[in-house]
Structure formats: structure tokens, C-alpha cells
Design a protein around this ligand. Sequence first.
Ligand code: DAH
Length: 345
Amino acid sequence: MDLISALEGLVPELEKGLDQASSLEGLEALRVDFLGRKGRIAQIMSQLPKLEPEQRPAVGQTANSVKERCNELFESRKQALEAGREAEALKRFDPSIPGRAPWSGTLHPTTLVMEEICEIFKGLGFEIVSGPEVEIDYYNFEALNMPPEHPARDMQDTLYITDTVLMRTHTSPVQARTMLHRKPPLAVVAPGKVYRRDSDLTHTPMFHQIEGLMVGEGISMAHLRGTLTAFVRAIFGGDTQVRFRPSFFPFTEPSAEVDISCCICGGKGHIGDAPCRVCKTTGWVEILGCGMVDPAVFEAVGYDPEVSGFAFGMGVERVTMLKYGIGDLRMFFENDTRFLGQFAR
Ligand code: DAH
């Protein structure tokens, strides 16, 4: 049996096979068939023990050079096939197809509206101030005329950290902090997060408020009304009507809640024949609480009780829902980009 010519015969056979191989996958199959562990070369070499010992070296040398030749043939065919594939891909590449625009983020609607509210008050001469979210009982309650055991503390479901440290339940403590280190006249707004132990369809444990405070000589309810009317018309539109309803807050006297004509139905209570769901057909929606700063608060911060001032506080999510007709508070916290993306500027 002539192993040498059997081995040498493999080369022209492989050349033929390679000519026909049209894919890299087919090429690999061919490689296994010739050079694999149980391939043709290996099969021929398995006959080696049957030869006389002195015949074996020559067969071994032939096997090595045939293997080397086979590898070279494979390599060059592989390169040719790869180049072909690339050329094919280039032919399919269409440079006239429009590119994809990079996806860019947007500000959260709460942030947008909070910034808008701050800009309006800056335009009215207010400064932006801030205070801590982890607050002490004194600023959150006591300095705001809510001593321990005051029933108004029940209005706010407080998240306590210790007996005297808590998550602020409103932005009103920033009033007290501001007055403690500044003298009147002053006009500030304090935006920020507030926390309450409350969670259902219309309440979330964290939400945003903006507090306002103006103190100075002769500040009256008329200034409060004028300021809030200007604000409401700037954010909801010049036709918006404003009404003050008597109310109660421990830190203001007198106190009021402010309603605006419903910006969804234009104050009509109906949209065509359909009842307006936002104002529940009343034509009015509540947007904030306010009042004249209670003298007890001035006393707590060491102000002359003869000064006067007004304060107000509003929920930013609420203003945002009214402004954009958003019916579900949960949308603010779900981070669904289909919702958020609509606020791109
Ligand atoms: N702090 C009140 C709340 O969270 C809102 C408020 C009402 C703030 C009247 C005020 C105010 O400054 O005068 O419900």
C-alpha cells in the first residue's frame, strides 16, 4: 500500500473541493474532513504501524508537508471568501438611508414646572432659597405655631426619624429658617421635596412643594392677592380667574385657599356635553393654601410682631397635573419614557 501517493493525492482533491466551497461554513466542514482528528490524513496515517520501521520516516515527512500545503490552501481560500463577504455587505449598504437621531433625555415635568414657577416668582422680585429635607420638629411644627399636641399636626402624616427629627412634611419650615437669619424686608420662594406617610391613588410618600414668603412694612392681603393672581395668570394663562376661599392654617391668620377657574374646561364645568372630570363640573380647582403670617410665627423667629407678611404653599405635581391635564399622579413616578418624552423642549 503506497501511503505516500495516497497522501499526495489528497492535495489535488482538496483543491477541487476548495474551488467548490462557496461559504465559510462549507470551508470549515472541508477542513474537518481533511485535517480533523478523524479526517483523511489521520486515517491514512493510522496505517503507519503496518509499515516496516525504515519506511515510516519518509511517510511522516510527506504527511507533514501535505498538512502544511493543505493549511496554506485553506487559509488563502478563507481570505478570498471573507473578502467576498465584505464586498457583498458593502454593495448592500445604502448611504442614502437617513441616519438615526441620537436619543436625548428630557427634564421631568415636575422639574420643568418647578423651574417655571421659580422663574415667574423671580420676575416678581422673589429670591429662591432652600432648606433641608431632614428637618427638626421645631422648624416643621413648633416655630410654625404648632406646639406639641397641637391638633393640626394630625393633618400631616409625619415620617419620624427620632422623636425630634423628621422628614419635612411641607416646605413651610424654610419660612422659619429664612426669618431666623434674615431681617425684613424679604421675599423668597422655597422649592423642594416633602414627605408624608400617605400612599394611595392621589397621594405619594414624596412629592414637591413651593413655599412663598414676603415680609415687610405694610404688606397686606391685597399684595397677596395681587401676587398670586399675577402668578396664576403667568402659568395658566391670562384668562384664568382666581378666587379666595376662607380656610385655616396654624401659621397664617387669616388663611385662605386659592381656587382657579378650571384650565381644562375653561371654567365651564363641561367640555361640550361631557362633564369635566378635573373640576367635577364646578368650574373651579384648588391650587394652593395661603394667608397672612400669624404674629405667633413672627414671635417665634424674633421679629417685631408689628411687621406683616404673607405666605403661601402649593404642590408642584398638582399644578403640573392641572396645567397639562394629567389625570393620574402615578405617571410622575413610573418613569415611562412615552409619557416623559412628551415634555421635550
Ligand atoms: N404648608 C401647607 C401644606 O403643606 C401649605 C401652606 C398653606 C403653606 C398656607 C403656607 C400657607 O405658607 O400660608 O399644606
